[in-house]
Design a protein around this ligand. Sequence first.
Ligand code: NDP
Length: 286
Amino acid sequence: MEMKIDGQTQLYGIFGNPVEHSLSPALHNAVFKRLGMNAVYMAFKVAPESLGLAFEGMRALGIRGVNITIPFKEDVLNFLDEIPEDLDRLTGAVNTAVLKDGQLLGYNTDGLGFLNALREDLSVSPSGKDILLLGSGGSARGVLFAMAHAGADRIFLYNRTHSRAHGLAEYAAQYFPQTEIVAVSSPSEIPAKKLDLVVNATPCGMRGNHELPMEWGLIKEPAAAYDLVYTPKETPWLKEAKKLGVPCANGMGMLLEQAAISFGLWTGKKEGVREAMREAVAACKL
Ligand code: NDP
């Protein structure tokens, strides 16, 4: 069915910076088309000083829902009326906003999206595992809280800015006494003999950024690796992991899973959503 825009078209979108390379518009518009919904999803590059204005605009124009991406997942909290879910409130990072009865509600679908993708792509559950998480930004928060909530045994946090990892580990540890959550300033501090999982939640390796989040030689015998980055399909870090024989996956699965959950929050629809998104991804040249 052809997409038509008329006086009743509903608007959705994503606020981020940069946002030009986001696949979210392709995913959500593919589902609107497949389900015959009169709606469109746009990418909005928002200057950091204009984030508040962007949310005022969302209210004023009746934009039904937006995703929030790099680097706004924490700042967005200043502009929401409510975060309905306890875990999302604790996480302190939001990637989905819903405008409902004039109220802006915030959700974090990254955490559950990540867990779903980890299960689908690597057959891994964090329960009882020793995990190294690279990064301490907005998506790392979602991933950290989801893994702790899912019963990880130990989570080691490593970040370029150590104080940020330290603050996040101390904050998260108070809510998950069953999980040891510690920030390490060097991989040599990790007491685990081997790691069950290593997760990259930094933009290192994203198109145009050739840095590695951490040299593989520094990481202790990893059993699996997940990279949140999905453009390119295989980052230099994942290429190395493959060479070492480490089972690994890129962030495409998480992108699909978190997007499908956001779509459900906005529209109440679940049927056919993942399938349409998968087809849209297959049609994209990455
Ligand atoms: P943020 O800006 O909130 O955080 C970025 C984190 O990465 C910080 O911890 C930062 O460290 C670290 N970092 C940034 N640049 C470097 C570098 N050159 N070397 C080492 N560390 C660095 O971003 P997000 O957490 O929102 O996003 C991180 C990545 O995850 C992005 O690439 C994003 O596209 C991807 N992502 C993928 C998703 C998916 O569905 N697959 C979902 C969400 C995110 P510091 O504190 O020192 O600044």
